[in-house]
Design a protein around this ligand. Structure first.
Ligand code: A5P
Length: 224
């Protein structure tokens, strides 16, 4: 069992009978699906709300009953992976898989957000290793990229161009270590062509971290 699998199994164990569960995207969330599917086969009744077409497909293959966010506008719980987790705040960078928009909609709607990662995803400060994925409307994307450049990033169009489930582009924006994530989040939110960005701030209720020494839980330290 890898640290990632152990963490995924622990997260799947937190789901209770009758819950509506936001199903994250990416390889860690895919492991959670497999552990959840085993529990469903053993009689657990849940309704999954997928955060991407890929997750919907995988969950359906595994026999996990699915619903939509419109039918269940407040899931009890969302379990998702992350690209970076800031220890302390549990602020996240997400979106390397390109599912950030739906992931954020589902996470924001949920009563609780549980993030599952291995230790390699933990950082002291967001942005240390990962660029911030920014989902932009294709219309005028070069003008949007110019606005992002003014915030100090060098935006890189995800090649293809990669199209998100909502038909948008992703600009990966390397800001380096981010000292004031709330301020950056607000600045990104204020740009018209930005559909959503990968900073998930003050959203995580619990992080489940798999490491060589086992699985541990991190709670957020909330300021103000
Ligand atoms: C998907 O858009 C991302 O937000 C994923 O949650 C993130 O990339 C984590 O993926 P892995 O679990 O594959 O590292």
């Amino acid at each position: 069992v890898t640290p990632k699998q152990a963490a995924a199994q622990a997260a799947a164990g937190l789901v209770r009978d009758g819950m509506t569960v936001g199903l994250g995207s990416g390889s860690t969330a895919a492991l959670v699906l497999e552990f959840l599917a085993a529990r469903v086969r053993a009689g657990l009744r849940i309704t999954g709300i997928p955060t991407s077409d890929a997750t919907a497909h995988h969950a359906r293959d595994l026999g996990i009953p699915l619903g939509t966010l419109d039918e269940h506008p407040q899931p009890d719980l969302t379990i998702d992976g992350a690209d970076e987790v800031e220890t302390g705040t549990l602020h996240l960078i997400k979106g390397r898989g390109g599912a950030l928009l739906r992931e954020k909609i589902v996470a924001q709607a949920s009563t609780r957000l549980i993030v599952v990662v291995d230790e390699s995803k933990l950082v002291r400060r967001l942005g240390e290793r990962t660029p911030v994925p920014v989902e932009v409307i294709p219309f005028g994307w070069r003008a949007t990229a110019q606005r992002l450049r003014l915030l100090g990033a060098e935006p890189v169009l995800r090649p293809g161009p990669f199209l998100t489930d909502s038909g948008n582009y992703i600009l990966d924006c390397g800001f380096g270590s981010i000292a004031a994530p709330e301020e950056l989040g607000r600045a990104l939110d204020s740009i018209a062509g930005v559909a959503e960005h990968g900073l998930f701030l003050a959203m995580t209720d619990l992080a489940i971290v798999g490491g060589e020494d086992g699985v541990r839980e991190l709670n957020p330290r909330r300021s103000g």
